[in-house]
Design a protein around this ligand. Structure first.
Ligand SMILES: [Zn+2]
Length: 254
């Protein structure tokens, strides 16, 4: 990664239309306040096909009260509004999210909700290369951040794998929020019991940084019920976890 006038200080890879802001909103706001250039790349932003909607897709969209034909357009707008709050630049990559992906025979790669939080399907492996191809087209950056895959969502696994293929050991990782706050030993499950080979760095945040993250998260109105049981839960959740770790925690390989 080389420096130049078009070089970003940081690029945050976001599998879905919310992950980077949910997990790293405070540090993104802070970097921008310090005059840095920050780009968020949201990978899975493609519209769902209205002619061929799986049962699992319908269940998820119902949970968010989203109509199939407008679901992703609404979510793309939420992402844009959230990035405006932080002042981050944003690129939407039009790749399909897990529920919309089909294998070579045309069958859904992940047919049920529980499969979304399990191991990556073998038939999803070629798709990792497609994501890696998209990452190779990114502008230069001093640092690139990928999700650590806490919560084990297959889309997060795909992004991490593709990012490792492209950026290798230079890659930095963020803790997937709010998943990291939901499960005991969530971190150990991903990094191993002793977290051998990993070092952490806590980005200490001021109240105004955390407040900007909370304000940005508010923009994802369709996600607030499933993630925080409504708007009132955001503040408690973000502050609670930030107090526990001392800010926002990042991970790098030793
Ligand atoms: Zn996600």
């Amino acid at each position: 990664m080389t420096e130049g006038s078009t070089t970003y200080d940081a690029i945050y890879l976001s599998p879905h239309l919310d992950d980077a802001v949910l997990s790293c909103g405070g540090q993104i706001f802070r970097r921008i306040a310090e005059g840095q250039r920050v780009l968020i790349l949201t990978l899975f932003t493609q519209d769902f096909s209205t002619s061929d909607v799986s049962e699992a897709t319908r269940t998820v969209l119902d949970l968010m009260s989203l109509p199939v034909d407008e679901a992703m357009a609404i979510r793309r707008q939420e992402d844009l509004n959230a990035c405006r709050v932080l002042g981050a630049e944003l690129i939407h990559c039009p790749l399909p999210e897990a529920l919309a992906r089909r294998d070579a025979q045309g069958k859904p790669v992940y047919g049920s909700l529980s499969q979304l939080f399990g191991p990556m399907s073998f038939s999803d492996f070629p798709f990792v290369n497609e994501v890696a191809e998209a990452l190779r087209g990114l502008p230069e950056a001093k640092e690139v951040f990928a999700p650590l895959t806490i919560g084990s969502h297959v889309d997060h696994q795909v992004v991490r794998q593709a990012a490792e293929d492209v950026f290798g050991t230079e890659l930095s990782y963020y803790e997937d929020f709010p998943y990291v706050a939901w499960r005991r030993f969530a971190l150990q499950k991903v990094l191993g019991w002793r977290k051998k080979g990993w070092r952490s760095e806590v980005v200490a945040l001021e109240e105004k940084d955390l407040q900007a993250r909370i304000d940005a998260i508010r923009a994802y109105s369709t996600q607030l019920k499933p993630l925080f049981k409504g708007e009132a839960g955001i503040e408690k959740s973000v502050h609670g976890w930030a107090r526990k770790v001392g800010g926002e925690r990042l991970w790098r390989r030793v």
